[in-house]
Design a protein around this ligand. Sequence first.
Ligand code: UT7
Length: 330
Amino acid sequence: MTSPSSRILGTGRGVPPRVLTNQDLSRMVDTSDEWIVERTGIRERHILDPALAASDLATEAGRHACERAGVSPSEVDCIIVGTVTGDCPFPSTAVFVQKKLGAIAGGCAFDLSAACAGFIYGLALGDNFVRRGQFRRVLVIGVEVLSRIVDWQDRSTCVLFGDGAGAVLLGPESDPKRGVLSTHLFSDGTYTEVLLQQAGGSREPITAEAIAAKRHLVKMNGREVYKHAVRNMAQASKLALEANGLDSQDVNWVLAHQANLRILEGVSERVGIPLDRFYLNVDRYGNTSSASVPTVLDEALERGKIKTGDLLLMTALGGGLAWASAVVRW
Ligand code: UT7
């Protein structure tokens, strides 16, 4: 049965207990707490235990989301995992999560690749599945274990990233003015080279040469990505508000991808929403890619920041380039 809208029934996150501080990093590469804080706003990030994988973190986040919603994982009929650091190239991380959650009830589970925009892309798919009545309970997860693909000798990238997972459980909503009001997705393949992991796929399998040249690790042209991040997240945010007949004053919370505090300041200025209406955790998590937006949402809810009826604006940009926005009435 179709439904006018979809609603977030519960949220959760998975945060590895191990913390890596800027001080710790300054003993590993030529950097300092001052540089990292001033240029990014990051103070520490979480790193996953080497014995665990993305699906472990994702399962933790998914389990919390189901618990908060009061829904048994066995009732989940679709699991969508946005990730670029899944357990292995195939099968999907989502099927590992399905197994670990005990959510095998004749539904489906799959991954999607949209880097830092992966969660909002997943939210868009999940929302459409629910509206169309194809699935009733859709678990959307963003998870990354970026610590496994970061070059720990490259100070320009290794200070930025962290590991984590965030999840939402979606279900039908009968009031079209509540829940997920809109999603907008964009990508531009002109910029495939500005942020990527070159080796490890069919174009260049992992070989001794690839490893020696570190092409199996993250490479980023930070300045270039920065520029696009401010411009495109601001544009996508404005478009999302316009599409709903809303303006910047209507927004209670901006839940944006936490890549860099300065990027968020730029978006705040362009969209005309003061930074104190952006929920921030970049200082404690760093850039967790697709886990960023759902982690922010879960933390803001846990801290009692989001009230019923609040208008939430979500936006993210990452490798692809891929970017997105969503508007949710809580
Ligand atoms: O999640 C996907 C999206 N990703 C992003 O949105 C990231 C976007 N980019 C950024 O956030 C910023 O570009 C960075 C934080 C990556 C870099 O900040 P920046 O202000 O653009 O610095 P920069 O790359 O222009 O480097 C400035 C200087 C350079 O030294 P010189 O050439 O001026 O002597 C770098 O070598 O800072 C140096 N530097 C560092 N110094 C100390 C670069 N990294 C470090 C470091 N510690 N960790």
